[in-house]
Design a protein around this ligand. Structure first.
Ligand code: ZN
Length: 480
């Protein structure tokens, strides 16, 4: 990490001519907002850096809108930001200390008074990045925000590992089944390593099982989970192959993150932290099952826009999407867990509508860079929701609600429905679990308690398993 103490040491950035061409070359833009309100003496309220593998976000929060110009420079790679109407202050210098040495993109930040009333920030980059800049008007507890999202020029793909992992495991599963089938029909074919390969010839209509026979799922009521049935020497019905030749992928979505803390409890527990803790445990729990893989829409403290969460799940062809949250309400008495599915029409209750509005506001709090492309994606998703998805989501929600009811109070005894943006994957059964009311002091204490977190994780896992036991996943029509 580069941490130069700066006393006018920010070097002159490219001479004017070069700088113009740099501006053109990099497509940098100047942003001037609310000139009417611009006044010298703007104060920086806070500077935050959110490092993540996907992107690193730098947020500069101020009491007035800031006018800035920025450009990229190379040798070494750096992003230069000139902020007008600003004096170098201790708060701004704080930025220097907020860059972690392990930030994937930022090597260091320097700041200096470039001209009177112009502060220059130089962000030294570890790799070429494509910064996205946008501003956010005051919302919730935040004032004016200037946001730089640093994306890698060569996109890092956090899902690649999962996809590879899944392909390898599916290939293994396919091979195991092929071997078993080979024994069954009295000839051992060469193992077929290609997932989804055509099954070998099998005598038709053995009196084994109906085509709809469920996959051999373990019993679900006991804890800890029983080991799955071993590959048995007993004959396998051909119909089974379509059920077990692939892994089930569960997308776990810890709500909020980064700039968006979600709700807070009376003693300060933040929703984004507790739901991440629960999600990480649930991921490990599901990954401990031989036929499941879990992926997280975020695995650290950074913000992910709502439609991006859905996109991530669809990219890995997730079989389920489970969004985890912790409620808040204006009165501390509200208590109990709720499970929500999508509604195409109106919300099932005014409380459900209120909650959906609250959760859907995450993008404006967390800071989404809404451009035309994003808007198109969002509206497409909105139009594609299907009644089949909602039906399956209600089944999944019912199983999960039943299990959560065993470890805690329920806010309502049935799955509720409303227009949650995060539940709009048209082809993935999706639920949103409000695990408890973080605004209720007792429930906040429970959410903080590792033992209750473990119970909650167990309930979610069993609910998911019960859903699959009753609704075996279909063979995939295509491979990733
Ligand atoms: Zn939430």
């Amino acid at each position: 990490m580069v941490m130069n103490p700066l006393q006018n040491v920010v070097p002159s950035e490219p001479p004017t001519g070069n700088r113009r061409s740099a501006l053109r070359r990099m497509g940098a833009c100047a942003l001037l907002l609310g000139t009417r309100q611009l006044a010298f003496g703007a104060s920086i309220v806070a500077v935050r850096v959110w490092p993540a593998a996907d992107y690193t976000r730098i947020t500069i929060e101020s009491d007035q809108p800031l006018a800035q110009q920025h450009f990229m420079a190379d040798n070494p790679n750096r992003l230069v930001i000139d902020i007008d109407g600003l004096e170098l202050s201790p708060a701004l210098r704080d930025l220097l200390g907020k860059v972690r040495a392990d930030d994937p993109f930022i090597a260091g930040v320097r700041a200096g008074q470039n001209q009177p009333r112009v502060v220059r920030l130089v962000i030294d980059l570890k790799q070429p990045t494509a910064p996205q800049l946008f501003t956010l008007a005051p919302v919730a507890a935040y004032r004016y925000r200037l946001v730089f999202d640093l994306y890698p020029t060569h996109e890092h793909d956090p899902l690649l590992a999962l996809i590879r992992d899944r392909e390898a495991a599916e290939a293994l599963a396919a091979r195991t089944v092929q071997d078993a089938l080979g024994e069954f029909i009295g000839k051992v074919d060469k193992p077929v390593a290609v997932p989804g390969a055509a099954p070998p010839a099998v005598p038709s209509s053995p009196p084994m099982a109906k085509a709809s026979a469920p996959a051999p799922w373990p019993p679900v009521a006991a804890a800890p989970f029983p080991a799955p049935p071993q590959q048995s020497p007993a004959p396998l019905p051909p119909a089974v192959q379509g059920k077990i030749d692939r892994l089930i992928v569960v997308a776990i979505d810890p709500g909020h993150g980064g700039e968006d803390p979600g709700a807070s409890g009376p003693s300060g527990l933040r929703e984004k932290d507790v739901v991440l803790a629960v999600a990480l445990q649930l991921r490990d729990r599901l990954n401990g099952l031989p036929n499941m893989r879990a992926m997280l829409t975020r695995d650290a403290d950074f913000f992910v826009p709502l439609h991006e969460r859905v996109r991530k799940a669809r990219r890995v062809q997730a079989d389920l999407f489970v969004s985890i949250h912790a409620d808040a309400f204006i009165t501390p008495q509200a208590r109990g867990a709720s499970v929500f599915a999508l509604s195409q029409g109106g919300a099932s209750s005014s409380a459900a509508r209120w909650m959906a509005n609250r959760e859907n506001s995450a993008d404006s709090v967390g800071g989404i860079n809404v451009n035309a492309k994003d808007a198109a994606v969002i509206s497409t998703l909105l139009d594609m929701s299907t009644t089949a998805q909602i039906r399956d989501s209600l089944r999944l929600g019912g199983e999960v609600l039943g299990q959560i009811g065993k470890v805690g109070k329920l806010h309502k005894g049935s799955v509720e429905q409303a227009g949650f943006a995060v539940l709009k994957a048209p082809d993935i059964p999706s639920i949103l679990v409000e695990s408890a009311f973080i605004s209720n002091p007792e429930e906040e204490a429970r959410l903080r308690d590792p033992e209750y977190q473990a119970q909650l994780v167990h309930a979610l896992a069993v609910g998911i398993q019960r859903y699959f036991a009753k609704n075996p996943p279909l063979a995939r029509s295509r491979q990733l």
